[in-house]
Ligand binder design. Structure first.
Ligand code: NAP
Length: 177
């Protein structure tokens, strides 16, 4: 399985979950300094995110049986083109852009599925299933590892700048009280 945007919040949790479910996980990241962190979460292989960011052919060598993509744009198009016959790719985010410069070729020649993910309007039944998965598959160590910091509301502007500058890994917990 491939996880893009690996050192981000979605990517970190996806790696921990997939790895604990028994998948072999490749992490795509632009930050080589996060490899140790990602390995501790469960990644066993790494690619530089720039490998996926340039426009590529509609059909490429098959590398992934599935992927969790939080990047979008040409990255998602390349991931679809590299997914094996019958594989599935989830589109979770748009860190690199909301466009999708892809073709239908991987879908009609390799039966690759592109599955949308939305957490905002997800029905309660699906949320409960997701929470169960977090409860059964993640350890407190996973969560601690993937929590960069705990901050108050006043610190948010500073944290937002750090996130946009690519300096935060995993999640930041905001104490609202
Ligand atoms: N669908 C939903 O329900 C849902 C829920 C939550 C979040 N999201 C979306 O998912 C995306 C990720 O959220 P997040 O909370 O994980 O954000 P995040 O913590 O900021 O992580 C995003 C990661 O994407 C990578 N990245 C950033 N800019 C990039 C670029 N220009 N090209 C390629 N990779 C880039 C970086 O990973 P590396 O440093 O490892 O390269 C970064 O850590 C966002 O677009 C967010 O809006 C969607």
């Amino acid at each position: 399985m491939l996880v893009t945007g690996a050192a981000g919040g979605v990517g970190s949790y996806a790696i921990a979950l997939l790895s604990s479910l028994g998948f072999s996980v490749t992490a795509s990241t632009g930050r080589a300094e996060t490899h140790d962190y990602l390995r501790q979460l469960g990644a066993s292989d790494f690619i530089d995110r720039h490998e996926l960011s340039e426009a590529g052919k509609p059909l490429q060598a098959e590398r992934w049986t599935g992927a969790v993509d939080s990047v979008g744009s040409t990255t998602l198009a390349n991931v679809l083109a590299q997914t094996t016959y019958g594989g599935a790719v989830t589109a979770c985010g748009l860190a690199a852009g909301a466009d999708l410069p892809a073709t239908v070729i991987p879908h009609i020649l390799r039966s690759v599925a592109l599955i949308g993910v939305d957490s905002v309007m997800a029905p309660m039944k699906r949320r409960e299933a997701a929470w169960r998965l977090l409860q059964t598959q993640l350890t407190p160590e996973h969560i601690e590892l993937a929590t960069e910091a705990e901050v108050g509301l006043a610190e948010l502007p500073e944290v937002a700048e750090a996130i946009l500058a690519g300096k935060v890994r995993g999640r930041v917990v905001v104490k609202v009280s």
